[in-house]
Design a protein around this ligand. Structure first.
Ligand code: MN
Length: 758
């Protein structure tokens, strides 16, 4: 061994020991029991198992499990079993040791968690949607077995995101996409608010480095201003709280770059128009745990004497915690500078729960109790119910689950005055299913605050809802369109599928009887004849249509079966397309698959798009309509064509998460040779000849071709859309800048879609 190598090894050894010592120290300051011995044993075992292996960054591999254990310990608040499992989490996956070995050395609990982690180690997402749904299901099932599996998985993901810089770009997209799509929502659902925010910010940073940097620098520029506002706003509050003799601290909460960006995107507003970047947090030590909630309200009352509270924006998560355990009192106050500022009032205990999720409950008791796990258990039960009713389409399944992960919550009252938490934007139908499947499936309408409403009625927080049922009511296919919760959607789809299966059987019986009466042989060829006649893709669809009586057997079928020639496909039809039966599958089968020339695509390289490459295998995604100069990525579709999406396109997010291995990093130059359509949204003050002026600027001054324009004026304001042909983003920016020079023009933004209605 050379001197240098030896030195390196010694340095590594020291780094490893330091990291482990730090872990032990953090563990010993926690309120868990002192099980240093088994943790040390796990560390030594993992270190020896990963010996000689390095991460991409060049660090010894063991640094990763130590970091994951550190996160599990100090950022999630887990105990020795989890710390051991975190230290050992990659041993079974990456070395020759088995789960049995772990069990023999560390007992069944640690082994069970490591086993769970190994099962989901390949990431959630495979190359095919079906594999991905399978993996996802596995992940959710492990969550049911032992919630610590997913908590450690989140710690693992957080460390991987923190060290993502050393990965290949296409891997970065995949991992960042997956993180945003699934891990951040799960972290949120489990109440790990701090980790959720960091995961989102890191994903954002890798997916949109420029936008991230821009927001960071804007935050820096406005920092002083915000601090001044904070000082001024909180000074009288501090005075008041001091007088009341409360032990407290006041913090400024600054909105995360990702949330800011998200708001800019969804609301089409610039940074300057986001008014809730600063919020104020009052965290107090209650004089007595019993008095905690009263003291929250006491603080609220006293500070709302200083500043006027917004009448509609008091959120009482103290008496009605969110289902991830979050508790706080939110109130919005008018500052002396005329700005609304949200103030969040919480006790130290509530603050711990807000940051570390339900794991923090354990700090305040000897261990998890029935009561603590109530809400979480309920949620896990919902997940399990969805898993028991498998969805036919894997991507739908993921979306359904995600609905449940993301939703913010509102309160609904039952007729007896009980409170239920429901996701925002839920309908009366969702509420019915949330109470009981029977209530949902037989529901005919609802009374909201004593007024009769349809099932599709959207509920508001505070509504009192009574569900009306009828025994003869059955689940309708159209319900799927206005069910929004995962549970209702899954139940409706499940019931319809069962009904369809029954109808397929009925239809098949009917057809057999018909064949018998007509003395036609029961074979595939004859059945196919009728499929063709009714333009249905499969025998199953034919049976279902017969079962549901959307087609009836008659003269035409008789003729079809008795003539020798194959059907011409014209003429007699009596088919009403049914959701779930005809439609999509049908079309896909009939369209001949285009054969594109096969080419080897190296996903590790950055792909360069040039004007002539364009005519060949590239497709511009219609959903986000990217043009040269946008941040884009490529997705290799089933026919080996490359579909170009904007990196921030929601569909691209889904693809990144779902088909990470098919994502290409892309650089796009056109050299002003080709033109692409873009859409602009404009808004301003209507004056005589405004349309002419706009046209003049675009066509005359800039020599750009306007393809479509639609403008509407209401009460002296105009708004509308313009579609133009441009070369690249540079063109668009020039046009926007020129339009903005018009005095009447108040807003010009590039948007995805052209709309010819207001
Ligand atoms: Mn790992």
């Amino acid at each position: 061994m050379t001197d240098e190598k030896l030195k390196q090894e010694q340095a590594d050894e020291e780094m490893i020991n330091q990291a482990f010592q730090h872990l032990l120290e953090s563990y010993l300051t926690s309120k868990h029991r002192r099980k240093v011995e088994i943790i040390t044993k796990a560390f030594n075992f993992a270190k020896q198992a990963h010996k000689g292996v390095k991460r991409r960054s060049g660090e010894p591999y063991i640094m990763h499990p130590i970091a994951v254990a550190q996160i599990a310990c100090s950022e999630i608040g887990l105990g020795s079993t989890s710390i051991c499992a975190a230290l050992l989490h990659d041993v079974v996956e990456d070395t020759d040791y088995t789960v049995e070995d772990i069990e023999n050395l560390f007992g069944p609990k640690v082994a069970q968690i490591v086993d769970g982690l190994t099962k989901i180690s390949g990431g959630i997402f495979g190359d095919r949607a079906s594999a991905q749904a399978e993996n996802f299901k596995k992940l959710l099932l492990t969550m049911n077995d032992d919630i610590r599996v997913i908590l450690i998985k989140i710690a693992d993901r957080l460390h991987n995101m923190r060290t993502l810089g050393s990965m290949l770009p296409n891997k970065q997209y995949k991992i960042a996409g997956e993180t945003l799509y699934i891990y951040a929502p799960i972290a949120n659902r489990l109440g790990l608010n701090k980790i959720k925010t960091e995961l989102e910010d890191l994903s954002f940073k890798y997916e949109h480095p420029e936008e991230y940097a821009q927001i960071e620098s804007l935050l820096k520029e406005t920092k002083e201003e915000r601090e001044e506002l904070f000082r001024e706003f909180t000074a009288p509050i501090r005075e008041k709280l001091d007088k009341m003799g409360i032990k407290y601290r006041i913090l400024a909460r600054v909105k995360s770059p990702y949330s800011i960006w998200n708001k800019m995107q969804t609301k089409h507003i610039p940074f300057e128009e986001i008014y809730d970047i600063l919020a104020v947090r009052i965290i107090f030590e209650p004089s007595d745990l019993e008095e905690e909630s009263n003291e929250c309200f006491g603080i609220y009352v006293s500070i709302s004497k200083i500043y006027k509270p917004h009448p509609d924006r008091l959120r009482d998560w103290v008496n009605h915690p969110k289902s991830n355990g979050y508790q706080a009192l939110h109130v919005t106050l008018m500052s002396n500078k005329g700005q609304w500022i949200e103030v969040q009032i919480r006790s130290e205990r509530m603050n711990d729960i807000a940051e570390q999720g339900f794991a923090a409950h354990w700090k305040y008791k000897d261990g998890p109790t029935q009561e603590d796990e109530g809400e979480l258990e309920k949620w896990l039960r919902t997940i399990k119910e969805i898993l028991d009713d498998p969805q036919p389409d894997a991507m739908d399944f993921l979306d359904t689950i995600k609905l449940n992960l993301f939703a913010s919550e509102i309160f609904i009252f039952t007729p007896k005055g009980e409170i239920k938490t429901m996701p925002q934007n839920c309908t009366a139908l969702d509420f019915a299913f949330s109470i009981h499947t029977f209530l949902g499936s037989h529901c005919i309408g609802a009374k909201v605050n004593h007024k009769l409403v349809p099932l599709s009625h959207k509920l508001q927080s505070g509504d009192q809802v009574e569900i009306l049922t009828s025994k003869s009511q059955r689940v309708q296919p159209s319900w799927i369109n206005f069910a929004t919760t995962a549970k209702a959607k899954a139940k409706i789809a499940g019931i319809l599928k069962r009904e369809q299966r029954a109808m397929v059987q009925t239809g098949e019986d009917k057809l057999q009887e018909f064949f018998q009466n007509e003395e036609v042989e029961w074979n595939d060829e004859n059945i196919q004849k009728l499929c063709d006649l009714h333009e249905l893709a499969t025998p199953e669809e034919l049976f279902a249509a017969l079962g549901f009586k959307t087609i009836l057997l008659g003269e035409a079928d008789r003729n079809e079966l008795k003539k020798d020639k194959p059907a011409t496909g014209s003429g007699w039809k009596k088919f009403i397309p049914l959701p779930f039966i005809g439609g999509k599958a049908n079309k896909e089968k009939k369209e001949p698959r285009q054969k594109a020339p096969k080419q080897k695509i190296d996903s590790k390289k950055v792909l360069k798009l040039t004007p002539d490459a364009f005519q060949k295998n590239y497709i511009i995604a219609d959903c986000c309509k990217p043009i040269p100069g946008d941040d884009v990525l490529g997705y290799i579709d089933d026919q080996d064509r490359i579909v170009i999406h904007k990196r921030k396109c929601p569909l691209a997010d889904k693809l990144k998460a779902g088909f990470g291995n098919r994502i290409l990093a892309v650089e796009w130059e056109t050299g002003k040779a080709l033109e692409f359509p873009v859409n602009l949204y404009i808004q301003g003050i209507d004056t005589l000849g405004i349309l002419h002026q706009i046209g003049d600027i675009i066509s005359e001054q800039l020599n750009v071709y306007i393809r479509k324009i639609f403008i509407e004026t209401i009460d002296g304001l105009f708004e509308g859309h313009i579609q133009l042909y441009v070369h690249d983003v540079e063109d668009v920016n020039v046009i926007i800048a020129n339009l903005q020079k018009m005095e009447e023009m108040k807003k010009v933004v590039r948007v995805e879609q052209f709309e010819d209605k207001p």
